[in-house]
Design a protein around this ligand. Structure first.
Ligand SMILES: *[C@@H]1O[C@H](CO)[C@@H](O)[C@H](O)[C@H]1NC(C)=O
Ligand SMILES: *[C@@H]1O[C@H](CO)[C@@H](O)[C@H](O)[C@H]1NC(C)=O
Ligand SMILES: *[C@@H]1O[C@H](CO)[C@@H](O)[C@H](O)[C@H]1NC(C)=O
Length: 419
């Protein structure tokens, strides 16, 4: 298979229909337990608030979830998506998520393409539990999937949405497999994107029992689905993006985009949702109209004042800020929701003109905004040679219990074949 075919197909094909079916079956008892939990048959809140009053919140000491008073909470951090600009986002994820919660287990679910070699940076993670780098395959567009989903505004239509849902749900499968092998259950699951650029640590207030936590803004008629955090039950419902489609269909939900499907799925699972500000943006190569229309997508400069709550961003020269940015954002359906009522002018938002590709000289913009440490990592990836890449992959494979990926030589060759 040529590189071209893999890269254009990245995000357009599937592999694990079977695992999602198994997941759906295993979901039923969990949902029953969830109902019990909501009706107070199992009451985690008493224990929780009791513990919380004894132990202050701090980033090193999370509130232990129910019945875990005698052990530290188990956290899974799941990274999904393609590695396109991972030389820029990876170090920010390692620093602000993985090193911030050094006992958390990392899971990676990503399509194989010519950028996957950049994942060697994850060798800096304190713990890696599971890695799955797969060749994407086409996902069947069943009648219920066609009814429930809409191809509008999705760059690769319904297939693109299904690929994305599969990426997310695949993470849950990785985690479940690991749990059954270890006879343990994670207390918390954090789901985040490979292309997220983090400018500050993940705050412990993100961990909320019996609630699914998402960032504000980018709702597009539903809920922001660029990050999510919840306990095990909430995460099961939130991450089962493919397998819940038949239930959405049965509940009469049709013609949904990713965000509205996400909202519908949390609704039928009876999940409480809380929006919490988060210091990351999604680094994007995509081009968008500028200025964005009422339903458009604003692209913000990485240098904007934070938090950016998962807005699309790039390293750009500011095209519009102050009153100009306020005017554009207030004309947008979703425009005020990012800042929770504060005006964009005061927040210091800077918008990019993203009608073209990244500007010449973006590297300097990035280095200035991200700092010397991140700049050094960027240069390290740009300079890496094939054998250095292979060595890092080999080290990573040896310390990863569940490794389901092509050999490092193949991953490194795909990306560094010019050498
Ligand atoms: C798994 O854990 C449960 C409860 O902690 C225990 O009863 C059971 O024996 C364990 N099974 C294995 C195979 O370790
Ligand atoms: C689900 O949607 C219905 C109808 O919009 C609403 O009344 C209900 O409160 C929602 N449930 C949750 C848990 O958000
Ligand atoms: C945005 O950039 C394009 C070139 O990429 C330019 O043609 C266009 O005029 C710019 N738009 C605005 C509103 O500045």
């Amino acid at each position: 298979m040529s590189i071209q075919r893999i890269s254009t197909a990245a995000g357009i094909r599937i592999t694990n229909l079977d695992s999602s079916r198994i997941l759906f079956l295993s979901l039923t008892p969990l949902l029953l337990l969830f109902i019990a939990y909501h009706h107070g048959v199992v009451d985690p809140f008493l224990t929780f608030s009791h513990l919380k009053s004894l132990q202050p919140f701090s980033s090193t000491q999370l509130p232990p979830p129910p019945d875990t008073a005698d052990r530290p909470p188990r956290i899974a951090i799941c990274l999904v998506g393609g590695a396109r600009r991972f030389e820029l986002t990876g170090p920010s994820i390692v620093k602000n998520l993985l090193k911030e919660y050094p006992n958390a287990d990392l899971f990676l679910h990503s399509p194989l393409d010519e950028n996957a070699y950049k994942f060697f940076l994850l060798n800096e993670a304190p713990r890696i539990a599971g890695v799955r780098i797969f060749e994407p395959h086409r996902i069947e567009e069943t009648q219920s999937r066609i009814r429930v989903l809409s191809s509008q505004n999705s760059p690769n239509g319904i297939q693109g949405l299904l690929q994305y849902f599969n990426l997310v749900e695949g993470c849950l499968s990785l985690i479940s497999t690991y749990e059954s092998r270890h006879n343990c259950t994670y207390d918390w699951i954090i789901r985040t994107r490979v292309d997220g650029f983090w400018t500050g640590p993940l705050d412990p207030s993100t961990f909320q029992p019996a609630t699914y936590v998402i960032p504000p803004g980018s709702r597009f008629g539903g809920f922001n689905d660029r990050f999510g955090s919840g306990d095990r039950l909430a995460s099961t419902a939130a991450l089962s993006r493919l397998s819940l489609i038949p239930r959405l269909d049965a509940s009469g939900y049709h013609n949904l985009n990713s965000e509205s499907a996400f909202k519908a799925q949390l609704n039928i699972s009876n999940l409480q949702v809380k929006e919490i500000s988060l210091p990351f943006c999604v680094l994007s190569d995509r081009r968008y109209n500028f200025p964005p229309g009422r339903h458009g997508v604003p692209v913000v400069s990485m240098g904007s004042v934070r938090p950016l709550n998962g807005a699309k961003c790039r390293p750009c020269m500011t095209a519009c800020c102050g009153e100009c940015a306020t005017k554009i954002m207030s004309g947008m359906v979703d425009g005020q929701s990012w800042t929770e009522g504060r005006e964009w002018r005061k927040v210091g938002l800077e918008l990019c003109n993203a009608t073209g590709g990244w500007e010449e000289g973006w590297e300097e913009v990035f280095d200035r905004v991200a700092g010397e440490e991140a700049a050094a990592e960027r240069r390290r990836v740009a300079a890496v040679e094939r054998n250095g890449c292979e060595e890092e992959f080999e080290k990573m494979r040896q310390r990863t219990e569940s490794w389901d990926a092509p050999p490092g030589e193949e991953i490194c060759r795909l990306g560094l074949r010019k050498q």
